[in-house]
Design a protein around this ligand. Sequence first.
Ligand SMILES: Cc1cc2nc3c(=O)[nH]c(=O)nc-3n(C[C@H](O)[C@H](O)[C@H](O)COP(=O)(O)O)c2cc1C
Length: 341
Amino acid sequence: MSQPKLFDPYQLKNLELKNRLVMPPMCMYSANEDGIVTDFHRTHYCTRAIGGVGLIIVEATGIAPNGRISDGDLGLWDDSQIAGLQDLVAQIKSYDTHVGIQLNHGGRKYDGKLQAVAPSAIAFDDNYGIPNELTSVQIKEIVASFQKAAIRADKAGFDMIEIHGAHGYLINQFLSPHSNKRIDEYGGTLENRIRFLKEVIAAIRAVWPSSKTLGIRISAVEYLEDGYPLDEMVGILKQIRDDIDVIHVSTGGNGAASYHVYPGYQLKPAEVIKKEVGLPTIAVGLLDDIKLVEEVLNNDRADLVAIGRGLLANPYFAMQEGAKARISDMVPFQYARAFRK
Ligand SMILES: Cc1cc2nc3c(=O)[nH]c(=O)nc-3n(C[C@H](O)[C@H](O)[C@H](O)COP(=O)(O)O)c2cc1C
């Protein structure tokens, strides 16, 4: 029997990944009050690295204090936040796991003590306050903050940046006609709604080493009557594909939508995007079953597979599946006896 494809290495631009398993960004609400890494992060991420994950993408990290999702998010808006991340990156890499960071601005979904901002002054829902509508000068300042955060991410030693363009946060808010009602050059037509994202990408590209990976996470579909459809997202990705190395395909998050969640629920749009856009993709969404992972990879529906909640519940998923498949590299020598009883 051949070994599971999950354990085939994968070359993602500069990253020689030892396998196809990605830990997707997941906020841990455990930064200190200055947005700095704590012991919890070191233990949490290193446990998944020891467990054999090929690529860890560190949780949504705010590029501005009110660009966080909650006040417990990590931040990269200040040089004082670099050292903690630098140490975290070095520790994760010592277990032969590559590491990226998701850069985020939460926009109207910031849920903390500061004032939230957004393309338009429309609250996400009744649980959130009304955000201030951004002026074009403030938009340029946010673009500059993404750039400064990218410089800091490079200094911290990250191999990859993932731009958070999904789940109803600021970039998604600009892209979607549901949340963007602007009548200036940032709203209305698709060309205008995509402008902010293009400016963010250009600003990051200008400082992020060309040898390093730049990815984007998107919500492929919004499940909203007045949101963008999949073919519009495909068109958006075609416009930016020359500057992006990998697409992480998620869905939803920009409004009150009800949709059915089941193993592989986001695979269909992931497959369309891989085929139409032609870039490497990461599939995600209740894929924490080796049979399903093998179905996805062997049928070429995605290049990499991310497991979120499954890795929160079981950091040793890769190690355990590797042991079952008798792949000795997947079991650290310290834990060998766990599988030899
Ligand atoms: C606790 C938690 C925090 C999350 N935080 C983020 C985040 O920071 N950025 C992001 O893009 N998605 C975030 N997500 C979504 C996950 O990355 C993932 O896409 C989602 O959980 C679906 O994958 P799964 O079914 O394998 O968990 C979060 C999910 C959970 C459960």
